[in-house]
Design a protein around this ligand. Structure first.
Ligand code: FES
Length: 406
């Protein structure tokens, strides 16, 4: 920016100016006036200055030491996976927290050191820069453009085609190096794998889709069993043999007005009641069912007086079993678990954004952002008196996606 500062100093005059006078001239040439400036420690050998220096040095030392410790942990810590009960399990579980803690201390103490240095040693200063209205003067614009062009031509890059090409390629590759790791997050949502408790990988399927393959699916509750700890002369270990995480549900297991979260359980993985086998190990399959992203279902037992007022959805009139109704727990808004059932109002509530669904009207939304009813699972009871799915869901579960019709 052009201003009224004298720019016509001779070499002799410039040579006779002190560093601070030159610095002041530089700021004035930029249209900046230093209105106030005060040294932090004007007296030499001030004990306060030595204390401040020690403080900054301490933080920098902490940063350096934790940086070295971070590298040591990263390179030498026993990070390989060890299951619960195996030797080294504790060390393995501490690996990531140690990296997080040490990197935090390194960055934080460096930041504190820089802040302290600026606050304690850099002079206090108030500067004012004059501003002008409208665009810069023609002379400033032309000279800045000329300077940029000059920098480009004196760099000789324009005529060095090989270096220019390599530089461009390196720039593109650098961009790819940054972006490429994100590619691992991109998945084809239409690529199907073999159907299991997680569905076949497409958005239309879930563990309940196994019913379409002829698999008998029980409605089972999660009883939270964990692996058994065994001690023996040869060593200790955990086992899941003979344990059942999911157990089948009967109508009498629910009180009127109650709600239970249930998951699909294939007949071959049942290990309770008269099918209990202490040798069977089905725990992992049960966990797959529990972790299936679209598997949780709310089994609701309406009170008889409420059940008399139910309005069935067309085409789903026989989906319920007496006073029992089963709805997908995955909210049709953006997929939170709609875990709350209020028996007084017969409303199902999603805690994420407060959508409410009317359990007396096929779980259609009556409040909040959800726009579609919760899909209903057809229910029945088998010859032994356990709840089983009478079919798969007839519409996709959870939030909307491009291809869905409903
Ligand atoms: S996810 Fe249920 S209301 Fe938003």
């Amino acid at each position: 920016m052009s201003n009224d500062v004298n720019k016509n100093y001779t070499d002799k005059e410039l040579a006779s100016m002190s560093q601070s006078e030159l610095a002041q001239l530089g700021t004035e040439l930029d249209g900046v006036t230093v209105a106030f400036r005060k040294e932090r420690f004007p007296l030499e050998n001030d004990p306060a200055e030595r204390r401040a220096a020690r403080g900054v040095a301490t933080w920098l030392t902490i940063s350096v030491l934790s940086g070295i410790a971070f590298l040591a942990v990263y390179l030498f810590w026993p990070w390989r996976y060890k299951a619960l009960g195996e030797d080294g399990h504790l060390w393995h579980t501490l690996f990531t927290p140690m990296l997080g803690l040490l990197s935090m201390v390194t960055v934080l103490s460096l930041g504190i050191a820089v802040l302290q240095y600026v606050k304690k040693f850099v002079p206090e200063e108030i500067s004012v820069q004059r501003r002008h209205d409208g665009p810069s003067d023609e002379i400033d614009r032309r000279t800045v453009t000329a300077l940029l062009n000059d920098a480009w031509s004196t760099s000789t890059l324009g005529r060095r085609t090989t270096i220019k090409g390599l530089l461009g390629a390196a720039g593109v590759l650098f961009g790819l190096v940054v972006v490429a790791p994100l590619g691992g997050a991109v998945k084809n949502p239409w690529r199907a794998h073999e159907l299991d408790y997680h569905g076949d990988g497409t958005l239309w399927t879930s563990g309940w889709t196994l019913h379409e393959k002829g698999v008998k699916l029980y409605l089972a509750r999660d009883i939270g069993t964990t692996a058994d700890y065994h001690e023996s002369p040869t060593g200790s270990h955990y086992t899941t043999q003979g344990l059942s995480r999911l157990v089948r549900v009967r109508p009498e297991d629910l009180a009127a007005g109650g709600m239970e979260t249930v998951f699909p359980l294939a007949e071959e993985h049942v290990n309770d009641g008269d099918k209990f086998n202490p040798e069977a190990d089905v725990y992992e399959e049960h966990m797959h069912s529990i972790h299936g992203p679209r598997n949780p279902v709310m089994l609701i037992r309406l009170r008889s007086s409420d059940a008399e007022r139910v309005i069935e959805r067309q085409g789903q009139e026989d989906f319920h079993y007496g006073d029992y109704y089963a709805y997908s727990k995955i909210c049709t808004h953006i997929g939170c678990p709609t875990s709350l059932y209020e028996a007084q109002t017969q409303r199902i509530l999603c805690p994420c954004h407060q959508s409410q669904f009317d359990a007396l009207q096929y779980a259609k939304p009556v409040f909040g952002p959800a726009a579609r009813a919760l899909p209903q699972l057809p229910l029945t009871v088998d010859e032994e008196g356990y709840f089983v799915a009478a079919g798969n869901f007839i519409e996709p579960l959870g939030p909307a996606f491009w291809e869905r019709k409903s």
